[in-house]
Each structure stands twice: as C-alpha cells, then as structure tokens.
Design a protein around this ligand. Structure first.
Ligand code: 6PG
Length: 255
C-alpha cells in the first residue's frame, strides 16, 4: 500500500508509482462508485475533467474488464469545464472524452450532457449548461447539484477546471456555471463554479508529472489564497476530497 499522507484536514492523498498506476486506480474507483450508486439509487452522475491526464483512465474504462462490467446505461456524463470551441475541435474536452470513452462504451446519447461551447456567446452557453444541470438534478431555485463524482485536474500554475488565478469566477456565489475571460489564453472558458464543485459528494483530482509538483505543494501544503492557487478553493462542503498523484507530482510534498 502506498503511504497515506494527510495534508489538508479534509483531503485524502494517495501517491502511486507513475501516471499509469494513477489511471488504473482512478478507473477502478470510477467502476466501484458506479456500481455502488447504480445499485443504490439507480444512476451515477459524473463530471469529467478536461486536459490530457484523464485520457489514460478513460481508455482503461473503455476496454475490458471495465467495458464489460460498468453499468454504462445508468451513468450520466457532464463536464467540469470546456473550451469555447466546437465539439470536434482538437482542444475540445468533449472530443477528448468522446474519442477515449464515450464512443467506445455503450453509453446512451441522452446520458451525455456536453457543454455547447461552440455558442459564440459564452455567457449564453454557460446559462444553457446551468439549465441542463438544474433539469438533470431537478433543482429548486438556488438548489445545488450533488454530483456523485467530479473529476478534476491541476494546471502547472494551480488552476483547476477553468478556474484560473485571479478569475472572478472564484468568487461567484450565485451561479453553478460561469464563463470567465482567461487573459493568458485570450479566450473565454466555461466552468463549474466553486459553488457547484463543492456541492459534490466526491471530488477526485488526478495529477501526474513533475511539472505539477510546485503547484501541488502550494495547493496541498501551502496557505496561499485560492486567488493564487485556485485548486485550493475545492473543499466539498459535505463530501470527500481525494487526490490521486504519481510520485513525480508528489515529489515536493512534505514527507
Ligand atoms: C482543461 C482542464 C484543466 C486541466 C488541467 C490539467 O480544460 O484544461 O479542465 O483544468 O484539468 O489544466 O491538464 P492536463 O491533464 O493536460 O495536465
């Protein structure tokens, strides 16, 4: 068993040999949770992460044994964030998930709630996605969606989803979805807000690679403001927070 490091009072941290082991552990956890929720309440709601780290986990899930055992028809897919590009654009988080998982597993199309980020008005796309979430979770006005699982990654400077340093979305206490302008990208992004992220039953970060080590140390063992390291704002109000790391990413964490 890898050493268990407790750094944040409410965070559990697991460190594994390499990114392949992180992906396998994440796939096993996804499959176990899906079984538990589908047996327990008939469905499993998951918000997928963008970026490249989730590719390996997705590909494992899209192959035996997971492909043959996961209750795909009862899983409902959402995204934590999306780039403002068409769904077939190389940068699209939806396209990455479609290619690595969604088109390779028997997932009903109506179970997939992608963000329509091709909409020229990013604010309108954010509002539409918020309505999609509200309908899927049958939310009362001002209600909060309790995703069974939200998967997140960590950027080298500490962003997560599309919550970047200094983003006004970090302080959005009203919406579930925001469309912040990201200066460093010269583009809007669409992202779940901290309000939505922290309502989840479970948030799991997948982080691998030495380039993430400095930010990870600040997020897990530092005390900087979330305005500097946005991933620090993710603390589920009544849910589990789990970090699945490879040894390279965890290299600067205190022993
Ligand atoms: C995105 C992601 C973003 C990602 C991190 C890590 O749309 O880019 O949601 O938050 O998780 O940037 O990305 P990598 O996995 O590619 O390192």
């Amino acid at each position: 068993m890898p050493p268990r490091i407790i750094l944040e009072p409410n965070a559990k941290v697991r460190v594994y040999r390499d990114s392949e082991e992180v992906a396998l552990k994440a796939a096993r956890r996804f499959a176990r949770l899906a079984d538990q929720y589908v047996v327990g309440c008939g469905r499993f709601t998951v918000a997928l992460s963008g970026g490249s780290t989730p590719r390996a986990m997705n590909s494992l899930l899209a192959a035996p044994p997971f492909l043959d055992t996961v209750p795909w028809s009862s899983i409902y897919f959402f995204w934590g964030d999306e780039r403002c590009v068409p769904p077939d654009h190389p940068d699209s988080n939806y396209r990455m998930a479609r290619e690595t998982l969604l088109e390779r597993a028997p997932i009903p199309a109506q179970n997939v709630h992608r963000i329509h980020a091709e909409e020229p008005d990013a604010g309108r796309a954010a509002g539409e996605y918020e309505e999609t979430i509200a309908a899927a979770f049958r939310l009362a006005p001002d209600g909060l969606p309790r995703f069974d699982l939200i998967l997140l990654g960590l950027g080298p400077e500490g962003h997560t989803a599309s919550l970047f340093p200094g983003s006004p979305a970090l302080h959005d206490g009203e919406h579930l979805v925001a469309a912040p302008w990201v200066e460093k990208l010269g583009a809007h992004r669409i992202t779940l807000t901290p309000r939505a992220l922290n309502a989840a039953a479970r948030v799991v970060f997948l982080v691998a690679g030495e380039e993430k080590a400095p930010a990870l140390r600040e997020v897990l063992a530092g005390d900087a403001s979330p305005d500097l390291y946005p991933a620090r704002i993710v603390r589920p109000t009544d849910g589990e927070l789990l970090w699945l790391l490879d040894a390279e990413a965890a290299n600067l964490l205190p022993a």
